[in-house]
Design a binder for this molecule. Structure first.
Ligand SMILES: Nc1ncnc2c1ncn2[C@@H]1O[C@H](COP(=O)(O)OS(=O)(=O)O)[C@@H](OP(=O)(O)O)[C@H]1O
Length: 730
């Protein structure tokens, strides 16, 4: 039994061992199967998700914040660019290689440099890449090199290229270039000397800025900008190298038949920054021209960055919005009480984006209460909030000052308007005034300046007319008779632009101007902008409010600019602090510009200007020549000056600041403009630094007569004169 038991115990033991083994095997199989299943599920999950992620890239991108770059196909991080060597070893001139004198991209580049008041030198890019002299006395002549066509840089001959590279490395000079494909260009190619591929002839959409790009200064990396970018001739750069950073990305939209590796809907760089880690030269390459507004902004930042911040625009922007003719509008186009309320509400709203924002209202009292009943209530609502705004006077009856020849009649008109201001609690001490239609401000009607000072103590005014209306980027300021004249900018709103739908060229034109167009770049490129708007822009569709709210929003979304408003007097001081070289005016012939002629007094003439100048130098017989000339019946000279005798000495000295009325008063009115020759002789013009540019500006067609004799004869003549002058009188 025991044996049996033992036997049976032994077989039981064997059995349980086999069963255990069996169970263990079963468990292992189940475990293995489970593991396999789980792996399959996980792989499937990732595979699926991976696919989905790729697929979703274009969809998700629509909500992409450009700061959230995990969705973008580049590894973005802050990479330090090559150190620029001491940029102060170069002058601050930009060397621009253009394709031709009239090429449109070349002109856009110049427009930006000029508007930013940066110096530049243009060269037509030669085929072989010949270079102008880059240094002078071991100083670099150029701070930055810009190629309108980057292929001219890439394909220049080896000798010139190594010369340019050497200059760039030694002086820390960067290169900016533009690549634009034409129909003939290959769709894809390797850019010679660069480790990346270029794909051309593309249409692109939805763009984003790399927030880590070291270029960004004025430009703010914002949300994804949806929509197509202008043109179908875009170039994108496919980079896979940490020495190159994308600056702007966009998605390829067309053509449909793209060949790999480029794919539709994926992001590619349209602007790249070569950090200079390879050869010590930093470059910024644009995959198109500057038609796209964001390219313009990045170009400004690239100039700033590559010039070691020596060509940098400050981030402060001062904006003053004048609302002119606040009572002058026609019945039916004026503001009612609701419009005034909207004006006040918007002013408060704008203060969040434009520090101290205050509308500056211009008034001609005669037109107060000349609208409909509702509009008259609007006038009263405005005067009820008089302290909320700044105010500036016009003429009482909105007359153009150049029509008043007598200063006293101008004074009378101004006094009427001042009385109106005092009666209605309008402040009279702002020191700023504007003349209807710029009349009298430029060309200067000196009677206006004097009357303004007498009645209103005016110290500031503004105009679009100095030196000319167009191009706007050449507008400047000046100081005359202690009145500071500031340039005024155009915002695209005029008395007749009162309905959004009827905006000239369609409402999109206004939006375009605000969103990266003319108005936006006026603010970007001018530290101080005074905009003129009119009463009618604040009634009706309130386009004035629409424009400035949207402008402030757009500027804030895309730039780091600090918008603010200053009262006119402070604004003018700020202006001439920034541009001290503009204080001195440069007079022109008022009849050489139609707009100037239209606001030039009919009682004045442009004929009392010399047709030739005898400029000296002294002691060469100029007086004798003068006397011989005036013997001719058709040659007329100026009347004598009490201080400087036969010489007026206008262009060389401070007499110039007395203005052209003062100068012209020396000359007779010619009886026959064609056959009479007015001239003046001032022997000091010859050695004056100022005279040539002043004379060229006012009398550009005048002939110049100079007498050159042996310098020792001049010196001896001087010696004799000094002897006489210093001899003690007996
Ligand atoms: N016809 C003619 N040809 C050449 N030189 C002449 C002539 N007439 C005058 N003179 C001499 O010119 C000298 C005076 O020059 P200006 O009249 O130019 O002097 S000023 O600068 O206006 O003071 C002065 O020179 P000096 O006598 O040596 O002082 C004049 O004698």
């Amino acid at each position: 039994m025991v044996l049996l038991l033992e036997q049976s115990e032994g077989s039981i033991c064997n059995m349980s061992f086999i069963m255990k083994l069996h169970r263990h095997f079963q468990r292992t199989v189940i475990l293995l199967a489970t593991f396999c299943m789980v792996s399959i599920i996980i792989s499937a999950y990732y595979l699926y998700n991976g696919y989905k992620q790729e697929n979703e890239l274009s969809e998700m991108a629509l909500e992409v914040d450009c700061g959230d770059l995990q969705h973008l196909p580049y590894r973005l991080m802050e990479v330090k660019p090559a150190k620029l060597s001491d940029a102060s070893r170069t002058d601050t001139t930009v060397l621009v290689f253009v394709e031709s004198q009239y090429s449109s991209l070349g002109q856009d580049i110049i427009m930006i440099l000029e508007s930013s008041r940066f110096q530049y030198h243009i060269e037509i890019a030669p085929g072989k890449g010949d270079l102008p002299a880059l240094t002078e006395k071991s100083r670099g002549k150029y701070i930055l090199i810009v190629y309108e066509n980057i292929l001219k840089y890439i394909n220049m001959d080896a000798w010139n290229r190594s010369l340019l590279d050497k200059y760039c490395v030694e002086y820390g000079v960067g290169v900016i270039g533009f690549h634009r494909t034409s129909e003939k260009s290959l769709q894809s190619f390797q850019l010679k000397g660069f480790p990346f591929s270029v794909y051309g002839n593309l249409a692109v959409k939805d763009c984003c800025i790399n927030p880590h790009s070291p270029l960004l200064h004025m430009t703010k990396s914002s949300k994804l900008e949806k929509g197509s970018l202008p043109g179908t001739d875009w170039t994108v750069f496919q980079i896979n190298h940490s020495a190159y950073q994308p600056v702007i990305f966009a998605k390829v939209k067309t053509p449909e038949n793209l060949s790999p590796p480029i794919s539709k809907g994926a992001f590619y760089a349209t602007v790249i920054h070569d950090l200079g880690l390879h050869d010590g030269i930093q470059r910024v390459l644009f995959g198109n021209n500057l038609n796209f507004w964001l390219h313009k902004l990045i170009f400004i930042d690239a100039v700033s960055f590559l010039s070691g911040k020596r060509l940098t625009l400050s981030l402060d922007r001062y904006i003053l919005v004048d609302i002119d003719d606040i009572f002058v509008g026609k019945e039916g186009t004026r503001m009612n009480t609701n419009d005034v309320k909207a004006l006040l509400d918007t002013q408060n709203l704008l203060r969040a984006q434009i520090t101290n924002f205050t509308f500056n209202l211009g008034f001609s009292g005669k037109f107060y209460h000349t609208g409909t009943e509702e509009e008259d209530e609007g006038d009263d609502r405005l005067l009820g909030s008089v302290e909320e705004f700044w105010w500036f006077p016009h003429m009482w009856s909105h007359m153009q000052p150049h029509l008043f020849h007598n200063e006293s009649s101008l004074v009378e008109q101004m006094i009427l308007n001042k009385k109106f201001a005092l009666e209605h609690g309008i402040p009279t001490d702002m020191g700023y005034a504007v003349a209807p239609h710029h009349s009298g401000v430029y060309p200067v009607h000196v009677q206006l300046y004097e009357a303004w000072k007498k009645v209103w103590n005016i110290r500031i005014t503004s105009t679009e007319e100095y030196p000319h209306l167009k191009p706007a980027r050449y507008r400047r300021g000046f100081i005359h008779k202690n009145i500071m004249v500031l340039p005024r900018q155009t915002c695209g709103l005029f008395t007749h632009t009162i309905f959004y739908k009827e905006y000239p060229g369609g409402p999109k034109e206004l939006d375009k101007s605000i969103q990266g167009g003319e108005l936006f770049f006026t603010v970007v490129l001018n530290p101080i902008s005074i905009f003129m708007t009119h009463l009618s822009n604040y009634g009706n569709d309130r386009l004035g409010l629409y424009t400035f709210v949207n402008l402030a929003n757009f500027v804030q979304s895309w730039t780091n600019l600090r918008l603010q408003t200053l009262p006119p007097v402070q604004l003018a001081h700020k202006y001439f602090e920034l541009f001290p070289d503009q204080k001195d005016p440069l007079w022109q012939n008022p009849c050489d510009d139609k707009r100037h002629r239209d606001i030039w007094s009919k009682e004045k003439t442009c004929d009392r200007l010399p047709k030739f100048l005898v400029i000296g130098p002294q002691k060469t017989g100029t007086t004798a020549l003068y006397l011989f000339l005036v013997m001719h019946p058709s040659i007329l000279s100026n009347s004598p000056s009490p201080k400087t005798f036969e010489e007026v000495q206008f262009f060389n000295r401070n007499n110039y600041h007395r203005g052209i009325d003062w100068y012209m008063d020396f000359f007779p009115v010619p009886s026959n403009v064609t056959t009479d020759f007015l001239f003046e002789k001032s022997a000091n013009y010859f050695h004056s630094e100022e005279a040539p540019k002043r004379a060229a500006s006012l009398v550009p067609k005048a002939k110049i007569i100079t007498i050159l004799i042996d310098p020792s004869d001049r010196a001896y003549s001087w010696y004799q004169v000094r002897n006489i002058l210093t001899k003690p009188s007996k």
